[in-house]
Each structure stands twice: as C-alpha cells, then as structure tokens.
Design a protein around this ligand. Structure first.
Ligand code: SF4
Length: 178
C-alpha cells in the first residue's frame, strides 16, 4: 500500500475503525487539496507536465485547480517573482481561507535562483510563510509531486487547533499578516 493510501491509526475491529477527529479530518483534507498555481515562468511549464497524463496529479486528489484564492488551500508558487509582483502574491495569499499551505516550487520561488538582481524577490518567504521548498531549476515533475506529498504529510498530521495556536499567530504577525 502506498504511503498516500495509508490506513488511519485507531482501534480497529470487524467493520469499524475508531479514531480521533483530528486524524479523520486530516485524511479528508490531505486527499482533497485544491491547489492555486501561481506560475510566472519556466517552472510553471514543469507544473503543466505534472498535471498532464504521464504524471497525473489527479492521483493525489488534486486535479481540481483553483484560480480563485477563496476556493484554494494550497498556494503553489512557480517561477521568478519580481518585487513588483510581490504585493500581488501576498494579496492572493491573504485572500485564501484557513487552513492553507504554501509550496515554493523551484530555485526562483525559493531563493530568487540565478536572478540575484535588484528587481527580483530573493525568495517568497520574504513576504509570506512557506511550508515546503522544492529545489531545482527547473524541478522535474517527480520533485513537484514529492513536494506535494510532503504537504500531504503536514496536512494529515496537523492539529485542528494549530491555526489558533500562539506560535501560528506569531508566525503571521512576523509577516505583518493579521
Ligand atoms: S527556477 Fe529555473 S526553471 Fe524555475 S522559473 Fe527559475 S529559472 Fe525558470
């Protein structure tokens, strides 16, 4: 059985499984992530390949892309983000409802990549919190899928109370996000 289809921990008997609410909700969320692709350049093309038939992102329950921030829970940032684009990216992040997660796909989104210049943001974590970084220039679709599997792990194991925790509030406050 693949990791993606792992059974829930709990007390099991013939025809029933007793588990905690956290774990049941985590499993439902993990297998129905709706990504918002924020793609500006070459890494976005790799993402298109990840969505297509050979790699088939739908296998992970994420075939439904959302171009509305209000109906997405995973922000996938792919490509070079210029400083001018920064406020737009931040607005998209702020419009997403909790709980939400963020992946920086590729060297540019993670660190600015080869564009160490005055006009390029040196990593999106300068303006929004990031959960998973995918290395590479560009990363292959397998790496993008690996990043999403890491997000699934976080989603499955996240406490339902995390978003109200003082640590999370502190993290948002450090970005000036209310
Ligand atoms: S990391 Fe490389 S492939 Fe990806 S957007 Fe930057 S330059 Fe393009």
């Amino acid at each position: 059985m693949s990791e993606n289809n792992q059974k829930l921990d709990g007390f099991e008997g013939p025809g029933f499984l007793a588990t905690s609410l956290d774990k049941a909700v985590g499993m439902a969320r993990k297998n129905s992530i709706w990504p918002l692709p924020f793609a500006t350049s070459c890494c976005g093309i790799e993402f298109m390949a990840t969505m297509a038939s050979t790699y088939d992102f739908g296998r992970f329950g994420s075939e439904r892309l959302s171009f509305s921030p209000r109906q997405a829970d995973l922000l996938m940032v792919m490509g070079t983000i210029s400083k001018k684009m920064g406020p737009v990216l931040r607005q998209v992040y702020e419009q997403m409802a909790e709980p939400k997660w963020v992946i920086a796909v590729g060297a540019c989104a993670s660190t600015g990549g080869i564009f160490d210049t005055y006009s390029v943001l040196q990593g999106i974590d300068r303006i929004i919190p990031v959960d998973v970084y995918v290395p590479g220039c560009p990363p292959r679709p397998e790496q993008i899928i690996d990043g999403v599997l890491k997000i699934q792990e976080l989603v499955q194991n996240e406490s339902l109370r995390r978003r109200n925790s003082p640590e999370y509030q502190e993290l948002l406050a450090s970005y000036g996000i209310e």
